[in-house]
Design a protein around this ligand. Structure first.
Ligand SMILES: NC(=O)c1ccc[n+]([C@@H]2O[C@H](COP(=O)([O-])OP(=O)(O)OC[C@H]3O[C@@H](n4cnc5c(N)ncnc54)[C@H](O)[C@@H]3O)[C@@H](O)[C@H]2O)c1
Length: 401
């Protein structure tokens, strides 16, 4: 196998999944839809043997007893595990010469194994430095490795964002302002509300999606016009725990009970060229997932609707009729008008990111979303947390090298 120069013609890429939960499932399904590149999912490893075994059995793949044994058996490792584990798994795979596909968020700061670590009170400067050090360790492991890092931020590959890439490249447009959001009524994963596993709240768990897409499009713009990416320079940010405030009146529709994270974030980003973007992320929005990015350029304007969009709308007079019909992510009810998604994974870019990663691996092409974009996202998020701890004071985004 020849990494970096494309693959020999008859190479079959052997693929391993780490994690057997939600994201491992959609990675597997997206892998099934990849065309034109020979690849075979050989196995899965996760530390809960029953889940790992049933995940493997249902798909006819092998359940590996340890991370090392899985890494040994494959060429590409998919990191589909909680954020606090991404760095360790990615670095183990890279040091064995494997390529890695790391789910969002790239990495972060999860405390330093303190029993009583509290996401509300730790020093945000320590958090920023810790998160950056983690980014650097992954990038250094990549530089030493034959493998490459692919950052699985599906928004980068979502058809709407890729169409906007084409518009920017062909028109030479300058993005003057972007605004975007990822929000819904609250994540139900029990780990989600706990900083030492998630590395943050809404900004980290949800905001990274529109944020990475915005950072990506400024990279595209800079590369197209001047041959180098335009990168984030500074941020100003506010975060709140709205559902935890004394004044909040719980009507029962939004998730509550987050331990030590925020459930609302607003971050203002200024880029190297002085242009800007605003990203909102929250657990406070009813009516299904609300994921969009609007691009205001000097020569055009684009609204990228990731979800919902109007590809299909259904009117259902009676909830029970749709009991076994999937409509759209996180919708509270299926009665009445709905933004039914005919192929949600397509609109969110899951299969496009997998297709692109495997085409890149086979051809030796640099991934559109790699460790620099993942690293810039994390530097921006943790500069945001530092800014929020200082009452939204402007904070420089440290340069990921
Ligand atoms: N791109 C997206 O739209 C999207 C959606 C959901 C989740 N995610 C990301 O995917 C990642 C996993 O989230 P999920 O929803 O699949 O979680 P999940 O809880 O459904 O699954 C996590 C899996 O990781 C395994 N695991 C936990 N610790 C491990 C360790 N130390 N080593 C190996 N395996 C370990 C668990 O056993 C489980 O199988 C997170 O980073 C999350 O942000 C991305």
């Amino acid at each position: 196998m020849i990494w970096g120069d494309g693959l020999q013609q008859d190479t079959v890429l052997k693929v391993g999944l780490v994690g057997s939960g939600f994201s491992a499932r959609f990675h597997y399904e997206a892998l099934e839809r990849v065309y034109g590149v020979d690849r075979r999912v050989v196995g899965v490893y996760s530390p809960t043997p029953e889940n790992c075994d049933s995940f493997a059995r249902e798909r006819g793949i092998e359940a590996y007893p340890s991370l090392d044994s899985l890494i040994e058996a494959v060429d590409v490792v998919h990191v589909c595990t909680p954020p606090s584990t991404h760095e360790r798994i990615a670095c183990a795979a890279l040091s064995a010469g494997r390529s890695v596909i790391i789910e969002k968020p790239f990495t972060g700061y999860f405390g330093e194994n303190e029993e009583d670590f509290d996401g509300r009170t730790f020093d945000r400067e320590r958090g920023l430095n810790g998160a950056l050090a983690s980014v650097q360790r992954i990038r250094e492991a990549e530089q030493r490795s034959r493998g490459v890092v692919m950052y699985a931020e599906n928004w980068v590959y979502a058809p709407a964002i890729q169409k906007e890439r084409e518009v920017l490249e062909k028109t030479g447009g300058q993005i003057v302002w972007m605004h975007g959001e990822e929000a819904h009524s609250g994540s139900h994963s029990p780990y989600y509300g706990i900083w030492k596993y998630s590395g943050g709240g809404s900004l980290m768990g949800k905001g990274v999606h529109p944020l990475t897409a915005a950072l990506y499009l400024k990279q595209v713009e800079g590369r197209a016009r001047d041959g180098k990416p335009i990168r984030p320079a500074s941020v100003s940010c506010r975060t709140h725990l709205i559902t935890g405030s004394e004044a909040y009146r719980d009507a029962g529709y939004l998730r509550t009970g987050y331990r030590d994270i925020e459930d609302f974030a607003g971050i203002h980003i200024t880029f190297d060229d002085g242009m800007c973007a605003d990203v909102f992320a929250s657990e406070l929005v009813l009516g299904g997932v609300h994921n969009w990015l609007e691009v205001c350029a000097n020569n055009h304007r684009t609204l990228c609707n990731i979800n919902p969009n109007t590809a299909m709308q259904t009117y259902n007079p009676e909830e029970s009729q749709f009991s076994d019909i999937y409509v759209v992510e996180k919708t509270g009810t299926k009665q009445g008008w709905a933004f039914t998604s005919p192929d949600e994974d397509w609109f969110t870019g899951y299969q496009h990111e997998m297709q692109s990663f495997y085409t890149d691996l086979a051809s030796g092409r640099t991934p559109e979303s790699g460790s620099l974009l993942g690293g810039d996202t994390i530097a921006t998020v943790y500069a945001g947390y530092l800014s929020a701890s200082r009452g939204a004071q402007e904070v420089e985004v440290p340069r990921v090298l």
